[in-house]
Every structure is written in C-alpha cells, then in structure tokens.
Write a protein that binds this ligand. Structure first.
Ligand code: ZN
Length: 341
C-alpha cells in the first residue's frame, strides 16, 4: 500500500474503509487448550472469586449443574495466545493487519479501547474447546475527540464451542485516533468513572501489600524510600536520568551510575481508576497514576488525598510517603497545594 506525502490518505479512502464492514478480521482460531480446571483455579484466585461452582464439583452439582463450570467472563482468556504471541507472531497477514495499515494511512496511528460488551449464552465446562472469530461491524466517520480526531472501530468476536454453537459474543470498540499536540499530549489515557468515595490519605494495613521484586539493580530505590528519599538513577557517563532502574544506560551503554534525589514535584501523566480485582491490602477505588517528575522521569504510583473524579491529566502533584508496613515504604503523590499569589 503506497503512502503519499505526510498523513494524506490515498485515493478512495472512505470507500476502502467502508469496505471493511462485515469483513472477517481473523479466521476462526481455536484455543490452545481445552477448558480446564487449573486455568479456572488460577483465574478465580487472581480475581478473588470464591464461588465454589468453579472449583468444587459437589457444590456445582448442588446448584443443578453437571459439575464445575468456568467463569463466564473468562471466555476471552481461553483463546489468548499469551507469551507465544510476543515471540512467534502468526505467519502471513490477517485482515486485522490490513485494517491497521489502512487506519495508519489515514493518520489514525494511536488507539484507545472505549468499551466492551459481552453476551453469554451458555456456561463452559472442562473439556469444552473454544474458538474465536472476529468480524468488523462498523467504522465510524471521523469524530472530534479529546484525544484528537478519530474513528470508532466496532468489531464482534464470536466464541464458539467444539460443536460450532455460539457460547458468547463480545462487541469490542476502540477509538483509532490521530494524536494532537506535543508527544506528551499523545499518551492515551484510560479513565474509568469512579463509583465510590475518596481515596484515603493513608491506607490502613489490613493485609500486606504484594512485595516488589527487589534486585541488585533496583534495591537503591526501595532503600531510599525507606529513608523517605525518592532517588532517580543517573548515568555516570552521559548524566541521563532513567527509571525504572536498570544496569545499563540505554543512551550511551555505560554500566556506571549514581543517583540524584528527586525534588518531589511532578504532574499526572496518565492514570486509571482500579476497581477490580480487590486485593485486601488496597482501598478501592484505587487511583493508579503515571507521574512525570519535574526531573523528567516517570514512575507508576498511587495518588492519595484526592477523589478519583478530581484527578486530571497534567494535574500538579507532590511527593508523599506511604509506610505500608515495617518492611515497605512507597512513594505516593497527592495534589500540589495551590500556590499563594
Ligand atoms: Zn549514559
């Protein structure tokens, strides 16, 4: 497909986009494994779903089922390729690849998921073998959005069992958009409306937070945090700051480094409001943010002392410390006090 100068799409662009309606994006693809108890167990543990119909055959039979069933919302998990997808892409080009190329040609190079709507028709049981197929329902005309001009692409995934019967459908909508402004404006933010009250300033410890994976490269960061000092790794060769920590400078390849202490000022670069799964060590809704420090590096953190509705991209924030338990202190951020005139 030939690209013309800049972002100008080729001839008959609208027609070529419209031709995708009704088209199959991926041929029916069978799951790598049949529905099975170990995967169900991992899923329910991760989700904190203790309903025994997923793990205990007797309890499932007591509800009139033939035995254990898989959680309905797990349907997508059966057909995911997982790690293999990143190391051995499928050979050849799919309809999906062609659609992405066509959207790129129109300058719609960024993507953000907007909504997903499932319909479940029957419960899956161990031994069932699912297969998924995806078709384009519609591609909207160009719309103005806060992220930039874009088109909503709606597809329908159909999940079928080994007999060809549909067990679930998923209507999946993404916004493919042309990013506006500076590169930092281009970062897509995912935002979920919040349903409940404020995130408290201190998180009561009802359970221990998951431990960070501390290693030789990042130990300085967590040791600094214990002393309430936010440290940023700095290359000793070219002085570039970097985060997350690593052994080698991506700019000059130097293995030598030291640290600088951050001023503690920053801005919200992006954020999500997490509702589920509900780990007992956290309070929900939980604001998980990428904060860009005044020094330029970014880190993933939590925001405190602010209700999710009041969080905004670019909001100035200041460093605070969360002493989660005697062994774990983490940097968190709260809204910066409004400066006096
Ligand atoms: Zn360097």
């Amino acid at each position: 497909m030939k690209r013309r100068g800049g972002d100008r799409p080729g001839p008959r662009y609208e027609e070529r986009l419209a031709a995708f309606a009704g088209r199959e994006l991926s041929a029916p693809t069978p799951a790598q494994d049949p529905v099975n108890q170990p995967m169900i167990r991992h899923w329910t543990e991760a989700m904190g779903d203790t309903n025994p119909v997923y793990t205990d055959a007797g309890a499932a039979r007591a509800t009139g089922r033939g035995g254990v069933v898989a959680p309905a919302s797990m349907v997508q998990a059966w057909t995911m390729r997982g790690y293999a997808a990143t190391v051995s892409p499928r050979p050849g080009r799919s309809g999906f690849d062609e659609l992405v190329d066509l959207l790129d040609e129109g300058g719609y190079t960024s993507v953000v998921a907007t909504d997903s709507e499932f319909t479940f028709l029957r419960e899956l049981e161990p031994g069932d073998h699912v297969c998924v197929q995806e078709t384009v329902e519609s591609i909207s005309a160009e719309k103005k959005t806060g992220l930039g001009p874009g088109r909503f692409v709606t597809t329908l995934k159909s999940y079928r069992d080994q007999h060809g019967g549909i067990v679930a459908t998923q209507r999946w909508r993404t916004l493919r958009f042309r990013p506006v402004g500076t590169p930092s404006d281009a970062g897509a933010q995912a935002r979920t409306p919040s349903e409940a009250g404020p995130v408290p300033a201190t998180v009561p410890v009802s359970a221990r937070r998951p431990r960070p994976a501390v290693n030789h490269d990042n130990a300085f960061f967590f040791e600094g945090a214990r002393r309430h000092r936010l440290l940023i790794q700095r290359c000793a060769g070219c002085r570039e700051l970097r985060h997350p920590p690593g052994p080698c400078c991506p700019r000059c390849n130097s293995l030598e480094w030291d640290t600088v202490e951050a001023s503690g000022r920053g801005r919200v670069y992006s954020f999500v409001v997490n509702h589920h799964p509900r780990h007992p060590a956290f309070d929900f809704p939980l604001v998980v943010a990428v904060v860009e420090l005044a020094e330029g590096t970014r880190l993933i953190t939590n925001l405190t002392g602010v209700v999710p509705e009041d969080v905004a991209v670019d909001m100035p924030v200041v460093l605070d410390w969360l002493d989660a338990d005697p062994d774990l202190t983490l940097p968190v951020f709260r809204p910066a006090p409004t400066e006096a005139p």
